[in-house]
Design a protein around this ligand. Structure first.
Ligand code: F6P
Length: 326
């Protein structure tokens, strides 16, 4: 849908959980906007900052030296109050007070929903950029930060594998991913995990135990079981495996280390391309769209469609991981 008003000033915000590559995306937004003659405001501390008017000018130099930095230079804050319409109205007033004509929202699933409500209620032109380590957003193959988080977890598991091999142990490694198994699946495949437990596929603890026992009989000396945080508690899985296999089992919960660190080249590439396209779309008068990468091409999908559709787990990859780790 096209707006009549010419866009002169835009805002950029990073609400919700941080993801590596958000800074790279902010840089792309700011530099593309200034290149196109637009003024840019940075909104600090997510929706909370918008409510409080924590809004500042961003110049070319404001985003220097951040392309390789994890986290978000704009800071962020979980803001449950944003579910309240009165609070959103207050946020919108701040938006108008600064004459912001359009907004680029860099964030995950929650940010996408919140910004769509803002668009519906107050007709604010918004373009969303998917940035979340979870990679659970429809309309893009990768969200910014996912590849970095997977690399971080794989690097950690490679190290854990050394101890697992030396002590002939099983390690149950819990990775992030809220209610989905995208991180666990990629991490499991690329770290050679003997089993992957994700919410999308029912698991059978007896079958996993049997697989580990067969492995042991064949002379395997280490076993990694990757479990998505939304599928089961790593400690419960460890107890159940120890009881059934009599193997020595340890737990490692990787936690927030997966959200930090310098963004990978792939996360940066996505951030550069999507950040720049988001600004161009606002300039063209577009709104309520999410930019994404499908088969390496930048594409736009209506946010309404992104919210309605669920991104599926690739079952072929799940089967492949299991086959290769047999
Ligand atoms: O959505 C990103 C994510 O890291 C999830 O994987 C995780 O469940 C959640 O955020 C943790 O949120 P918080 O940092 O608020 O505890």
């Amino acid at each position: 849908m096209a707006t009549k008003k010419r866009i002169k000033t835009i805002g950029v915000i990073t609400p919700g959980g941080d993801a590596p590559g958000m800074n790279t995306a902010i840089r792309a937004v700011v530099r593309t906007a200034i290149y196109n003659g637009l003024k840019v405001y940075g909104i600090e501390r997510g929706w909370q900052g918008l409510i409080e008017g924590k809004i500042r000018d961003l110049e070319l130099s404001s985003v220097g030296g951040i392309i390789n930095k994890g986290g978000t230079m704009l800071h962020t804050h979980r803001c449950p109050e944003f579910k309240n319409k009165e609070v959103r109205k207050k946020a919108c007033e701040k938006f108008r007070a600064f004459n912001i004509d359009g907004l680029v929202v860099i964030g995950g699933d929650g940010s996408l929903h919140a910004s769509y409500v803002l668009y519906k209620e107050f007709d604010i032109p918004i373009i969303n950029i998917p940035a979340s380590i979870d990679n659970d957003i429809y309309g893009t193959d990768y969200s910014i930060g996912f590849d970095t988080a997977v690399n971080t977890a794989v690097e950690a598991i490679d190290k854990i594998r050394d101890t697992a091999t030396s002590h002939e142990r099983v390690f149950v490694v819990e990775v992030m991913g809220r209610n989905n198994g995208f991180i666990a699946l990629d991490v499991g495949l690329t770290s050679g995990a003997e089993a992957i437990i994700i919410p999308e596929v029912p698991f059978n603890i007896d079958a996993i135990s049997q697989k580990l026992r067969y492995g042991q009989q064949r002379g395997k000396s280490s076993f990694i079981v990757v479990v998505a945080e939304g599928a089961a508690k790593a400690h419960d899985i460890a107890k159940a495996l120890e009881k059934r296999t009599k193997l020595d089992v340890r737990v490692s919960i990787l936690g927030h280390m997966q959200r930090g660190g310098s963004p990978s080249a792939l996360s940066r590439e996505a951030a550069c391309k999507l950040g720049s396209r988001a600004v161009q779309l606002l300039k063209e008068g577009k709104k309520a769209l999410m930019v994404g990468l499908i088969s390496d091409r930048v594409i736009e999908t209506p946010v309404e469609e992104v919210m309605r559709k669920k991104k599926p787990i690739d079952m072929a990859v799940y089967k492949l991981a299991n086959m290769l780790a047999s």
